[in-house]
Design a protein around this ligand. Structure first.
Ligand SMILES: [Fe+2]
Ligand SMILES: [Fe+2]
Length: 207
């Protein structure tokens, strides 16, 4: 999908402030150090949320994290599920922390429509374009990596670990599937999974 959606530097600043305030409001010991790392050692507040799908623009990861926070908070407010407020904040805002220092800007030849060549034939029109690529220096997995980064600074509960580790949903190639098994103990893994896909595939698809 061609994305021209942009998040202005001012909007990025507002999102950064919101995320910082929400995370600090949890009073989780070590959160100040985690935030210091996120702010000063990573590109969390500037990174895109994906290379070419949802919110593949600067500041996309922070906005996506806020969308998941909103979706998950709504499920709690509607009475669908009970999750502690600090758990909602920590899991939703940090579920994709694995995406920090992960996306890089690259120049690639991409097809942009067609053109007529010197023989009068219609051929693909290749142009140089700046796109997002991936450089994964720590390829240990998605939710796994988020948990690892977070646990370098703060302690998380078993439920928070489960929600972040399994936020991508069921793994169809594994039996018994850890997602389905864990959902019987912590239904909140289902709530964060649906919040994530609702944000990525419905809310952010429109932008
Ligand atoms: Fe994710
Ligand atoms: Fe996500």
């Amino acid at each position: 999908m061609e994305e021209e959606f942009k998040i202005t530097p001012e909007e990025q600043e507002v999102n950064k402030k919101k995320i910082t305030e929400l995370l600090m409001s949890t009073n989780r010991p070590g959160m100040d150090r985690l935030l210091d790392w996120i702010t000063n050692k990573t590109d969390f507040f500037r990174a895109p949320a994906s290379t070419k799908y949802h919110l593949n623009c600067e500041g996309g990861l922070a906005l996506h994290s806020l969308h998941v926070y909103q979706r998950l908070s709504e499920k709690v407010a509607q009475g669908l599920i009970t999750i502690k407020p600090e758990t909602v904040i920590i899991t939703s805002l940090l579920h994709d922390l694995c995406k920090v220092n992960f996306y890089v800007k690259e120049v690639k030849n991409v097809k942009e429509g067609t053109k007529i060549n010197q023989f009068g034939k219609e051929v693909a029109n290749w142009v140089e374009k700046e796109v997002w690529g991936i450089k994964d220096n720590f390829p240990v997995g998605h939710g796994e990596k988020s948990c690892c980064y977070i646990q370098n600074f703060i302690r998380i509960t078993a439920e928070e670990y489960a929600m972040i580790r399994l936020h991508m949903g069921p793994d169809k190639n594994v039996y018994p599937d850890p997602f389905s098994e864990t959902a019987k103990i912590y239904p909140s893994v289902v709530a964060i999974y649906t919040s994530d896909i609702e944000s990525a595939y419905i809310l952010e698809e429109k932008q």
